[in-house]
Design a binder for this molecule. Sequence first.
Ligand code: MG
Length: 443
Amino acid sequence: MITAAFILTLVAGQVAATPTTPKTKPNIVVIFCDDLGYGDVGCFGHPTIRTPEIDRMAAEGQKWSSFYVAAPVCTPSRAGLMTGRLPIRNGMTSPKRVVLFPDSKGGLPDEEVTIAECLRERGYATACFGKWHLGHLPQYLPQRQGFDEYFGIPYSNDMSAGGGAPLMRGNQVIERPVDQTTVTRRYTDEAIRFIESHREQPFFLYLPHTMPHVPLHASEEFRGTSPRGLYGDVVEEIDQSVGRVLQSLRDNGLSSKTLVVFSSDNGPWLSQRLNGGSAGLLRAGKGTTFEGGMRVPTIFWWPGTITAGSHVHEMGSTLDLLATSCALSGADLPANRTLDSLDLAPAMFGKGKSPRDTMFYYTRGELHAVRSGAYKLHLKTRHPVNYGQPPESHDPPLLFNVEVDPSEQRDIAAKHPDVVAKMRELIAVHQSGVTPVEDQLAR
Ligand code: MG
């Protein structure tokens, strides 16, 4: 798996300390929505979308209110989650194309090591049910990246190579066009079957929903029922799915040995107007490096281990799920490469602060912003809605205190030249550690 091209240095402070090997191997479940905004669930403040199951998950678990994805659009965000590496390191973000398309020839390179590969090596059963979007050609599909099973739409549900979006099982297309009103329920059915059949063996279940990415589709049971309209119908159906997955874990006696993470791949798709979601009090949405593009509603759940109703205000990221999963399971971290992944377990268990104090915000192959502690510096920004427009450069950069001002409304750069200088230095150090690689999205 490791080639000469990947003899890279490990950045000090960016890799979790070697954990003592845990006695038990917890199951790990990641429920990942598509384009669900920070403000789109009840426990993160939505006034009319009803999410009793997600709210219960938060009440029994832990809210992370400064949790970030690796990029503000699908493909690079998912590459970051799967590998614990910023997508700039493996060619999964590009100045030429935003994400992978059905005519793309590229995908997540084989030499990348995914969470699924780390955990499978440690004896876990692994499955992915839902949207992959890390390459749809046979050499890039989930079963080439550590998953025993795959069922889902391999890219976004608005994409088609002719004949509509395909539904796949393993490497085979089994339905085209897929009936999108059924996918949330069918992914959930697969997840529950997988949980039941692996109750005696540790497992990693990745459940990346196709929804609420546009075009929106809800089943008969939910269509026309939410006060928020079709977008609400779709989110409420995902809420039911979350409830079914957690209930299946309880019914199989697995709730005390399973970590479940609920999150979203990027912020709301604002140009879709009422068919897109809401970032709540955060600025802008999908495609931008404002908080609304990359800070996502996130909940960790592990009854008896994570304190019920707890709340972490410090930073965390989907990038950290790899190091956290390795630490919890005793799996080896991928060797001989730079990781951007930190073990969140101490913060999750209330035993310490989150190790993450810095976040780099990339879009289209370019670093646009950095957060360090409470401060966030923007070198460039994109239009909040029409993010396809060329970015605007800021010199001097914009500086916000996102703890005092999470909506990024009050630029304080002029008052804090020392902070601006420090953050420019942080960017320079980071950029000196990034090696150019082949652009996978432009192939
Ligand atoms: Mg998305």
